[in-house]
Design a protein around this ligand. Structure first.
Ligand SMILES: [Fe+2]
Length: 465
């Protein structure tokens, strides 16, 4: 991790310096001038190694902070603040460069990056400017479109395993961070940063993370896998809401640490098999403020993580805990974590109760919409997971069984499903159906009757995804 970080810093620094020189030359000379060609060539030489392991990289600026692929680079932020201010002024705060970028494309971009902000607006903004200049390997403010996340094109199983590997790695790293918090009563900020970095880079834009998540839930010790699940789902929500990379990083950190206060509550209480006494319940509730306190005592801890830890059980109507004054406005990020946290808790097996099926959990959340939870956030979450999330097994009113393959944002009850025969132990044959499709008379040939516990089926669901 340390080497990766040092390498990322070196690459980002080189990119910023060479970009700066190229801008200066292009402000003085025409694009065909040898000095310009040389400076653009320098930028390209820096870009090349950044594309070795990944088809694209993103440089983001948020205020006075510089990020490479969502990773904060504090020193480089200070060293390049003038360039960052100039780029910010021109709305270049989220710049993605794809493998294969040509000297011509880079020259066009750099040339425009020296134009006055009003000239760029007058030309129709960055999208139009780049399109008209024929620049296709560089994007400004590229968003992760949620719909793309479901469009898996071949090679799915291999990528699925990669996701699983990332998930396990993240769990291990999160385990270290939580163990550290338990024994030292403090949080290892650097370690958490690494975990979140891994999560952001693996979740955002990863077609298969949702599928991997549906398969590996409950893999490890509860609080821990719960925290990682919450972070993954929260980041998926963040991408759906089109949050920029640096904000996703902060949101991921807040989500991962939202329950850190539980490390200060006795495990007997956290895992108690049965009803809590009023004293135990009080201790359990204290995890929100204790967590916020722990994080607040931490040097360099993001304020957002502190806010989310204190507010994630407060509820939309403020009837939760801790009790806040009636005029309190909860942070949007706390509202997101609250929904995701409840959903993951309801759908996980605990020592004292069996998990709800995803559709039952979603029904409970929808019932709490507007009172316990923010109604708009519930709506977005329902569209993200669907009533029947990807990877869940469902039974149709025709008696057929299937695995949910792709949600339908227009009708959360009618996703696309891969049907299989209940007696079939091989996965060689399946039939993809769209449950939203109607007959000519307007009726539905199939409607989902219920979710089914995957252990009731003989097939390996991961082969369907
Ligand atoms: Fe909590």
């Amino acid at each position: 991790m340390a080497t990766d970080k040092a390498e990322a810093r070196r690459q980002a620094a080189a990119f910023m310096s060479t970009l700066n020189s190229a801008r200066q030359r292009l402000a003085l000379y025409p694009p065909e001038h040898p000095q310009v060609k040389e400076a653009v060539g320098e930028v390209l030489r820096c870009v090349e190694p950044m594309h070795v392991d990944s088809p694209s990289f993103t440089v983001s600026i948020m205020g006075e902070e510089l990020f490479l692929n969502g990773r904060l680079l504090p020193e480089e932020s200070r060293n390049h603040n003038e360039l960052m201010a100039q780029l910010t002024e021109r709305k270049l705060t989220n710049l993605s460069l794809d493998r294969g970028i040509t000297p011509e494309e880079l020259t066009e971009f750099v040339r425009w990056s020296t134009a006055k902000p009003e000239e760029i607006s007058a030309a129709g903004g960055w999208g139009k400017v780049l399109a008209e200049a024929g620049v296709t390997h560089l994007a400004v403010d590229r968003q992760v479109a949620l719909d793309d996340m479901w469009d898996q094109q071949g090679g799915g199983n291999e990528r699925f395993r990669v996701s699983r590997e990332v998930y396990r790695k993240t769990i291990n790293a999160a385990l270290s961070a939580y163990m550290d918090a338990k024994s030292h009563q403090s949080v290892n900020v650097e370690m958490v940063d690494g975990v979140v970095q891994l999560l952001v880079s693996s979740v955002v834009g990863n077609d298969d993370m949702m599928k991997a998540l549906s398969q590996i839930r409950g893999y490890d010790e509860y609080t821990l896998s719960h925290s990682v699940n919450v972070a993954v789902l929260t980041l998926l929500m963040g991408s759906k809401l089109k949050m920029p990379g640096p904000l996703l990083h902060r949101l991921g950190t807040a989500a991962l640490l939202h329950d850190i206060g539980k490390t200060q509550v006795s495990e007997d209480i956290v895992n108690k098999d049965g009803k809590l006494s009023s004293d135990e319940w009080e201790q359990m509730q204290s995890h929100a403020l204790r967590g916020a306190q722990m994080l607040a005592e931490q040097e360099h801890m993001d304020q957002l993580a502190i806010v989310v830890a204190s507010e994630h059980h407060a509820r939309e109507d403020l009837t939760g805990y801790p009790r806040f004054h009636a005029y309190k406005k909860l942070h949007t990020m706390s509202k997101i974590v609250a929904v995701v946290d409840t959903y993951d808790a309801l759908t996980s097996d605990r020592s004292y109760r069996k998990s709800e099926t995803p559709d039952e959990a979603m029904k409970l959340i929808i019932e709490g919409s507007g009172t316990h939870f923010s109604a708009p956030i519930v709506k977005v979450f329902a569209q993200l997971t669907g009533m029947y999330p990807v990877g869940s097994v469902v039974e149709m009113d025709t008696g057929e069984l299937g695995v949910v393959y792709k949600p339908n944002t227009d009708d959360i009850y009618r996703p696309q499903v891969k049907l299989f025969s209940a007696t079939d132990e091989s996965i060689a044959e399946y039939k993809l159906v769209d449950v939203a499709e109607r007959e000519e008379d307007g009726s539905y040939p199939r409607t989902i009757r219920r979710s089914v516990d995957p252990s009731e089926c003989q097939v390996d669901i991961s082969d369907f995804l």
